[in-house]
Design a protein around this ligand. Sequence first.
Ligand SMILES: [Zn+2]
Length: 153
Amino acid sequence: MKIKTIRPIFVTQFPAVFEQGVLYISEEFETAGHLCCCGCGGKVITSLNPARWNLRKEGGTVSLSPSIGNWNYACKSHYFITKNKVVEAGQFDAKKITAVQRRDRRDMEHYVAVVNARAGQTPEKAPVPTAKKTPEKSLMYEVVAFLKKLWKT
Ligand SMILES: [Zn+2]
């Protein structure tokens, strides 16, 4: 583990860019986020609710339980955050990895849904891309039209 300790910062919403070694905690949105402690730069989002992760605050330190398994990233790192310390844990098997990947997706969806709900918004649909004419194509079209005109005359 490149990151041995993590610094908790309490925020309302996550910043666009995460800083290495910081655990962003949004109690309002019941979510925490940090960059993978191996140093790979992978963004790790964890839901803070009794069914997922429990955040324990003790004298300026935080602990997250259970452990964090980053199977979506090449590093597949697995660690505990205990009193701001990053403690490496053992590997999981393939079945467990699949379950964790599903959970990670749901956690991200949960965060987005809660943020949208608190902001009084319904989730926005992705804009439908409009077909763009490339200048090369329209230019070619004009040339062809011009040549056709020439032929006729
Ligand atoms: Zn990593």
